[in-house]
Design a protein around this ligand. Sequence first.
Ligand code: 5GP
Length: 117
Amino acid sequence: MGETIFDRIIRREIPADIVFEDEHLIAFRDIAPQAPVHVLFVPKTPIPTLDDLQADQAAIVGRLALAAADYARREGFADDGYRVVMNCNEHGGQTVFQIHLHLLAGAPLGRFGTGVP
Ligand code: 5GP
């Protein structure tokens, strides 16, 4: 299973603005934010895409969602709202092949389209 840039962030080999970490996951600000708040929640278990997730790994994704919701409440924007996104493979726009949840917030985000011109 290939290494990703996120493994290097977990090992502190490259810098990142880390906002949360526990034994299961790490959360840090996206380097190219698409909203005023854009945080990535990344499990420490290597899983390249959502398509690779096994039934006995369901708690891994559950923990990402709970950590994102906790962060939103802690930072005070849960009531205003936010969006979580997981991109899968080429058509989903995935560029880093370690599953991660994007948390986007801080402004009305509008409806998202298909992205198909
Ligand atoms: P994906 O496109 O795979 O759903 O999301 C990958 C995200 O990782 C992108 O939003 C990209 O900006 C972010 N990203 C890529 N490399 C780095 C990095 O070195 N540091 C941080 N903080 N974010 C990164």
